[in-house]
Design a protein around this ligand. Structure first.
Ligand code: ACO
Length: 384
């Protein structure tokens, strides 16, 4: 076989997990893995965290630049007036068993929203749809959170921003600045993150000319896995199991001896500290209970040392999920609402990617390397 023939018939080398493969062009955000930098449309995350509101960042991602004051007021107004759920979505959420995982409820709720609001979400996805969906994601979660406790859902308040409204609808009390402000910084940090698994999922679905709710339903499904967004509640479980600073070394050693992964460490792209982890660590120190922060810090230090010892050269650092656990717990959220709260932030990033995909679409349809046999003969069932 000539090398020219081989070029056309042989599959290209296949990186495991598509590592290093460039799957799309995007101007939205980028992870500079070697440097440990995250950039949203030209702004380093340190430029935005603690300075820009979540809605300013949403405008930045959806529309390409930070808003003027009237533009921000308009976006806040549009989000505020889009928070209510259609009755069939509330009915669907109330039909779920109370022990349903909130991420499963969110996936179901977004899918039900697409069915119940076919009028709103049946076109090519656009900015109005992105706003309509991002506004309703917190309401879906808060509605399910209340229903599973046998409580009435709290109607949204259009005068509140996203972080305030989400806490208000979850807890039914006026949100306190010491809770909603760290939550808002968390939402800003988690809004977008390059071509991560759930964003890629959303773009693949959008590339088939499917609708926005389908793309976000798929993205929610991808986010819930523990190798992606499902880790922070597991970080909390790990810290609760460790219990005391004295037990850190023994617990981590046993987990690694058993071949388990330490939740909140390692990343496919970052080969330096995740900049979001650095910001969240500072927030956790300020917001969380001092004993819990001390346990988190000791666990982090010992985990990094043990990972370096056990996996030399792998460059495993703290990822965003580790201190998300402490920050979200300090905000008053239970562990099983951590990943759903990640989805509140990421629903903006996902929809921005969907808009970018449809603006310059080509069906995403990769090849596979076929490794099965090709010469089998059919045998009738009675002869097998
Ligand atoms: N604990 C122990 N060992 C680890 C960890 C960890 N957290 N992370 C990676 N390793 C080891 C692997 O066992 C592997 O070792 P080996 O080659 O000797 O088998 C090596 O480091 C490389 O790991 P890969 O799985 O190839 O790296 P990948 O890029 O696929 O993994 C991932 C990235 C999935 C995040 C991984 O680090 C992990 O499982 N971390 C724990 C879960 C977690 O924190 N998830 C949240 C990610 S952040 C986010 O998505 C928002």
């Amino acid at each position: 076989m000539s090398s020219a023939t081989a070029m056309t018939t042989e599959p290209m080398p296949k990186p495991e997990g598509l590592e290093g493969v460039v799957a799309a062009s995007t101007a939205l955000s980028h992870v500079f893995g070697e440097e440990g930098r995250l950039v949203y449309r030209g702004y380093d995350i340190h430029e935005l965290a603690g300075k820009a509101s979540f809605e300013e960042v949403a405008h930045l991602l959806w529309q390409g630049r930070l808003p003027t004051r009237p533009e921000l007021d308009d976006l806040l107004h549009r989000l505020g007036e889009n928070r209510e759920l259609p009755e069939p979505v509330v009915a669907t959420l109330s039909a779920l068993p109370a022990d349903t995982e909130p991420m499963d409820a969110l996936r179901t709720g977004v899918s039900a929203l697409g069915a119940a609001h076919g009028d709103l979400f049946d076109d090519t996805p656009d900015l109005a749809e992105a706003i309509a969906l991002a506004a309703r994601v917190p309401t879906i979660l808060a509605t399910f959170f209340r229903l599973r406790q046998g409580k009435e859902p709290v109607p949204p308040r259009p005068d509140l921003n996203t972080a305030q409204s989400y806490l208000y609808q979850l807890l039914g009390t006026e949100p306190e600045p010491r809770h909603w402000q760290p939550l808002e910084v968390y939402l800003v940090l988690l809004t977008d993150h390059g071509m991560n698994a759930s964003t890629f999922t959303a773009r693949v679905i959008a590339s088939t000319q499917s609708d926005l709710c389908s793309a976000i339903t798929g993205a929610v499904g991808a986010l819930k896995g523990p190798l992606h967004g499902g880790a922070p509640s597991k970080v909390l479980d790990m810290l609760n199991e460790i219990g005391t600073v004295d037990n850190v070394e023994a617990w981590l050693t046993r987990a690694l001896d058993e071949g388990r992964r330490l939740m909140g460490f390692g990343h496919r792209v970052y080969k330096a500290e995740d900049p979001r982890a650095e910001i969240l660590r500072g927030m956790a120190e300020r917001a969380s209970d001092p004993a819990f922060f001390a346990l988190s810090k000791t666990t982090e230090e010992r985990a990094l040392a043990l990972l370096e010892e056990r996996k030399p050269g792998r460059r495993l650092y703290t990822n965003v999920e580790f201190y998300s656990a402490a920050v979200l717990a300090a905000v008053g959220l239970p562990g099983d609402m951590f990943t759903p709260t990640f989805a509140v932030a990421r629903s903006v990033g996902w929809s921005a990617h969907v808009l970018e995909q449809v603006a310059n679409n080509r069906l995403i349809r990769p090849q596979s390397e076929f490794v099965g046999p090709t010469d089998k003969r059919f045998v009738p069932i009675e002869d097998r």
